[in-house]
Design a protein around this ligand. Structure first.
Ligand code: GRF
Length: 215
């Protein structure tokens, strides 16, 4: 299958979701990885795969807003079909979320709309949640709120620690994110009038994979 669906990935650190997107790229191509942090560990893996990397360290810019402008100017120049945020720790400017609406997605380590924001695993534990997981969603102008594409969940066990829970959720993330991107790439998942729509095949594949999709 020709890899003519181009994805740009934005990271800030470890980049394990980026790695999973690269390793599982079947009908899409990661054309570049961009970071706001020149020391992001994930950049090394992308480089070892000969994927162009671009970093925009805060120290090179007079202000945060100039740094963001440089990052998203580069994203624009690359003309991606999809932008995938993967542990990208910056709030995306409103004008960018508007121009990329339906073409920019994020993975978040909770079952949104529950537990938006940071420290989701420790909050899941302290709130005695029975279930936890991750969500892939389209980006809108608020943080962690855009239309939900799919979720993967796990049980929270009595003996779970923040680390064990994070590990369980991360394993789910590494399956859910490539699955979502693959299905967006082939048009089986799309955003129409603010609602996510799914092909019949995707609905059955989500069932097989035990992923949740909003009905
Ligand atoms: C993941 O848990 C992701 O859901 C969240 O940040 C973490 C990034 O991990 N947005 P990695 O950099 O992909 O390893």
């Amino acid at each position: 299958m020709p890899h003519n669906f181009n994805v740009v990935v934005l990271i800030s650190g470890r980049g394990s979701n980026m790695e999973s997107l690269i390793r599982n790229a079947k009908n899409y191509r990661i054309t570049a990885v961009i970071s706001n942090n020149q020391d992001a560990i994930g950049l090394n893996f992308a480089k070892s795969c000969n994927i162009p990397i671009f970093s925009f360290p805060r120290a090179s810019y007079l202000s945060l807003s100039e740094q963001k402008s440089a990052i998203f100017r580069k994203v624009d120049q690359l003309t991606p079909d999809l932008v995938a945020l993967a542990g990208f720790m910056m709030i995306v400017p409103k004008e960018v979320t508007e121009s990329f609406y339906g073409r920019m997605i994020n993975i978040h380590p909770s079952l949104l709309p529950d537990l938006p924001g940071l420290d989701t695993h420790s909050r899941a534990l302290s709130e005695n949640r029975l279930r936890h997981g991750c969500t892939v969603h389209f980006i809108d102008s608020e943080v962690d709120t855009g239309p939900i594409i799919a979720q993967a969940e796990c049980k929270v066990m009595q003996d779970d620690s923040t680390n064990s829970l994070a590990e369980k959720v991360l394993k789910l993330e590494h399956r859910l994110y490539p699955w979502s991107v693959q299905n967006i790439a082939c048009g089986a998942i799309s955003l129409k009038d603010g609602k996510v729509s799914y092909s019949k095949e995707v609905i059955s594949s989500a069932y097989t994979e035990k992923f949740l999709i909003p009905t």
